[in-house]
Unconditional design. Structure first.
Length: 211
């Protein structure tokens, strides 16, 4: 008989806002209800300047962001189907890594994951966006933050899959790096991660004689 001994799963970090969660879509709906003005995500073609142009100020944006996650997170829709995360978990150990203002947000994320997917993962919160590429032993990071494409070039031992959003368009156009990949959607990013795993996966077969 032949038994397959599979390597320990590599670790993958997945961002929440803009990657797993359509947070911006929910925030724009809140803005519409509050001010009666409709805005599209394509208007936010630069993070700070675009957010200020649409929401009026960064302070206003983050106040709405806090209210959304603390009180109305059920309005945030996923960017990915549950089945896609389950497929990814066959190849990687999944961690949720998010840049958040305080540790209290961990319970908000866990609650959202459970209600939207019925799944639980370890949540890691970082204070600085760039820390997502620095911490842990992640083989791959899936995110939408434009700054990470710049940072990732200094960490050749791990790969970044950047999900294309209006606010990272400029970065997507100029970054060319062997360890930075680009995906049109979060589901495509997951497919890329799975493909990368399959391409490097080493399965050893040991023939054993059973008497």
């Amino acid at each position: 008989m032949k038994f397959r001994i599979r390597e320990e799963k590599p670790k993958i970090a997945i961002d929440v806002d803009g990657t797993l969660a359509n947070t911006m879509g929910a925030l724009l709906e809140m803005l519409k209800d509050k001010k009666g003005a409709y805005h599209d995500t394509n208007e936010i073609d630069d993070w700070d300047e675009g957010v200020i142009r649409v929401f009026g100020s960064l302070e206003e944006f983050y106040q709405m962001y806090e209210k959304l996650w603390r009180e109305e997170r059920e309005k945030i829709q996923p960017h990915v189907k549950k089945e896609k995360l389950i497929e990814l978990s066959k190849h990687y150990e999944i961690f949720i890594v998010s840049n958040r203002p305080d540790g209290e947000h961990e319970k908000f994320i866990l609650d959202w994951l459970k209600k939207k997917f019925g799944l639980e993962y370890k949540v890691i919160l970082v204070k600085e966006m760039a820390d997502k590429m620095k911490i842990g032993e992640f083989d791959i990071v899936i995110d939408d933050a434009p700054v990470l494409a710049e940072v990732a070039q200094n960490y050749k031992n791990r790969k970044l899959i950047l999900v294309k959003r209006p606010w990272n368009k400029k970065v997507c156009e100029k970054i060319k790096s062997e360890n930075v990949f680009f995906a049109e959607t979060t589901e495509e990013a997951i497919s890329i991660a799975i493909h990368l795993r399959k391409a490097t996966e080493k399965i050893k077969e040991h023939p054993l004689k059973i008497k």
